[in-house]
Design a protein around this ligand. Structure first.
Ligand code: CA
Length: 227
């Protein structure tokens, strides 16, 4: 039995029904809202484990809903957007959303995203404050060392900062802007290109050419998967 409570925020009834039917069939509990303000009230009163949020709502924008909820809660938020423009997704992610789905999406896609978040929520790995373990990857924060299958990797300071940032946000899509601000500070020339280069060398060292560990979201950013 799945114990997770999902708040579904969607004003389009057929899509809302598709999502709730999928959740029901997969033993999730759910509550629904068709307006942004209602979503904010429900997330405060019912404390859902996960929120699936449409960005285009009749009263306030989904982005505003994220901003509001993030003032008190880290609840994982999956944004669902009919808008194909990447800028909306990027804004949502920058405001603190965890993941996104573009309409039309398949129910399998939705379930896969929910599983990613659940794996993160479960925290069944042996991670403690001083180290991070994910599959074959281990980061020793005390000594600043990174190991892959017990072999120490020789990372540059930037690569180390990058991997620590991805690890700290494992399961979450991080935008280019967020990564650049956190690794380099704000002002960098040609920062998107530099980030790509650093990510390519980091991936090489991590033996991750298949993107099993670090996913690329083209035009948006990167995500470390929870293995
Ligand atoms: Ca809508």
């Amino acid at each position: 039995m799945n114990e997770y409570l999902v708040l579904v925020v969607e004003d389009d009834k057929p899509i809302r029904n598709l999502i709730t039917t999928t959740l029901k069939m997969n033993n999730y509990r759910y509550i629904t809202a068709d307006k942004g303000n209602e979503a904010i009230m429900l997330s405060a009163s019912h404390k859902p484990d996960i929120i699936v949020l449409d960005l285009g709502l009749p009263d306030i924008d989904g982005i505003e809903v994220i901003e509001h909820i993030r003032t008190w809660s880290d609840v994982p938020i999956i944004v669902v957007s009919a808008r194909s423009e990447d800028s909306d997704k990027i804004t949502a992610l920058d405001k603190g959303a965890d993941d996104y789905l573009t309409k039309p999406f398949s129910v399998d896609e939705l379930l896969a995203r929910l599983r990613v978040i659940q794996r993160r929520l479960m925290k069944t790995d042996n991670t403690s404050e001083t180290e991070f373990v994910n599959g074959l990857l281990r980061i020793d924060y005390v000594y600043g060392c990174v190991y892959l299958d017990s072999e120490e990797l020789h990372l540059t300071p930037i690569e180390y900062k990058l991997i620590c940032l991805l690890a700290k946000n494992v399961g979450k899509v991080l935008t280019h802007k967020f990564i650049i601000q956190n690794v380099w500070g704000s002002a960098v020339d040609n920062s998107d290109a530099s980030l790509r280069v650093f990510m390519a060398t980091l991936r090489k060292k991590l033996n991750d050419s298949q993107q099993a560990l670090i996913q690329t979201h083209i035009g948006i950013g990167y995500r470390m998967m929870k293995l």
